[in-house]
Design a binder for this molecule. Structure first.
Ligand SMILES: Cc1cc2nc3c(=O)[nH]c(=O)nc-3n(C[C@H](O)[C@H](O)[C@H](O)COP(=O)(O)O)c2cc1C
Length: 189
């Protein structure tokens, strides 16, 4: 069982990173084969809406997302971890998500070749916001929930944390446990 972790924070070693590592530890302990991708270390441009992928199933933008597309296809589960920036997801996570376009045809259905690999793929989401009210991250949850509902991905669970300074979340045992459990179910469920 392959579990891919996607870090959408540019603050490596920060709160989203810590929680993603917890989730990946949960997945590994459950027998999963884990890999983490740090989006800010990759070159990922925004989607150009050139629609070439509608025909070919391959993105025309030649950057690191092409390699990530392959890893997405191969993964059984993908766990995303991202902080709130201005009531939304970070630019890195948004560029990554928009580039999922390459998997769809002109009618927003999975390309035939990808359908067996994508339908029902397990998705996890971890959000972190500085606001003590974790629902500040709800717009990100909304985006992932709708994407999963619309395309037939299997949203396993969402963990929403509040933390502000770098690494602050490591003091929160309860939320770390929730992230770990999300990783566990990405393999077992
Ligand atoms: C550019 C920027 C914008 C932010 N906007 C918000 C916001 O709208 N709401 C909020 O609650 N926190 C906001 N934050 C705080 C981060 O979500 C918070 O510090 C979080 O812990 C960062 O996670 P990380 O350590 O994984 O990078 C913002 C931080 C930055 C750098």
């Amino acid at each position: 069982m392959k579990v891919l972790g996607i870090l959408g924070s540019p603050r490596v070693g920060g709160n989203s990173d810590i929680l993603l590592d917890q989730a990946l530890a949960g997945a590994k302990d459950a027998g999963g084969e884990v890999e983490k991708i740090v989006l800010c270390k990759k070159k990922i441009s925004g989607c150009l809406d050139c629609q070439k992928c509608n025909e070919t199933g391959v993105c025309a933008v030649q950057d690191d997302m092409l390699e990530i597309h392959k890893k997405i296809l191969e993964a059984d589960a993908i766990i995303h971890s991202v902080p709130v920036y201005f009531w939304s997801m970070t630019a890195q996570m948004k560029a990554y998500l928009d580039r999922w376009c390459a998997f769809f045809d002109a009618e927003w259905r999975w390309h035939k070749a990808y359908r067996p690999k994508m339908k029902g793929k397990r998705i996890g989401l971890i959000t972190v916001c500085g606001d003590p009210n974790v629902s500040t991250a709800d717009p990100i949850v909304h985006s992932f929930k709708n994407t999963c509902q619309f395309t037939g991905l299997n949203l396993l669970g969402v963990v929403q944390a509040s933390a502000s300074t770098k690494g602050e979340v490591s003091k929160n045992e309860e939320i770390k446990r929730k992230a770990y459990d999300l990783g566990t179910i990405s393999v077992t469920r």
